[in-house]
Write a new protein. Structure first.
Length: 75
């Protein structure tokens, strides 16, 4: 039979890898969360830029159509 100190030492040695694995998993989860947040922010910025570009293109097309209509009516 083991003495109390041997049993405690055994339990501690078993708990160390589990604690390390848990801490490592937490660090990885946090890194993934940060990466996802960065990717989401980047995608939102890209979508916003796309929307702005589309709006500018639409405005240019509308202005061009108005100018052509004015020219047509003046002739």
């Amino acid at each position: 039979m083991w003495t109390r100190s041997e049993a405690e030492t055994e339990a501690e040695s078993d708990a160390e890898p589990k604690a390390e694995a848990k801490a490592e998993a937490e660090v990885e989860a946090e890194a993934k969360t940060k990466t996802k947040a960065k990717a989401k922010a980047k995608a939102e910025a890209k979508a916003k830029t796309k929307t702005q570009v589309k709006a500018k293109v639409k405005a240019r097309a509308k202005a061009r159509a108005k100018a052509q209509l004015r020219l047509k009516l003046n002739l």
